[in-house]
Design a binder for this molecule. Structure first.
Ligand code: SF4
Length: 136
């Protein structure tokens, strides 16, 4: 799929890492989700939140909601961990884990505001620039 064929519509998928991950204590998940809803809700198709996307039930959720037609912004652990841990969920959905369908956002050691700004930038991103920058 070329950049011109990139899915125009986006969705946000939060993984709260059980809500007890020591590296995410700076993120208020509920405040973050509400801010995304209020400020970005009209620019995304939907958002969803799960406590453990890398467990079997989280992968089942991904299998149900990931779509070739959407670009998913996943707010979860560090991008490189997501690359490994979310792979099975993308496979279950039969959606390629590429820049056209996926923009990872790390919440590890970040604040609520920083994560929101990253999600906002990803929602506004019209290409795969954000992913390339994060993965370099
Ligand atoms: S995908 Fe990452 S953030 Fe989510 S439960 Fe697994 S390790 Fe935690």
């Amino acid at each position: 799929m070329s950049a011109s064929e990139q899915p125009a519509k986006k969705a946000v998928l939060f993984c709260t890492c059980s809500g007890a991950c020591p590296s995410m204590t700076g993120v208020d998940f509920w405040a973050l989700a509400e801010r995304v809803r209020v400020e970005l809700g009209d620019r995304i198709e939907f958002m969803a939140l799960h406590p453990r996307l890398c467990e079997e039930d989280g992968e089942r959720l991904m299998g149900q909601i990931l779509s070739e037609r959407l670009q998913f912004i996943t707010a979860a652990c560090a991008e490189q961990r997501q690359q490994k841990l979310l792979r099975d969920g993308f496979q279950k959905a039969d959606v390629p884990m590429d820049a056209q369908h996926w923009i990872p956002v790390s919440m590890a050691k970040e604040t609520t505001d920083t994560v929101f700004q990253r999600i906002k930038a990803a929602v506004q991103d019209q290409g795969d620039t954000a992913t390339k920058e994060k993965q370099s």
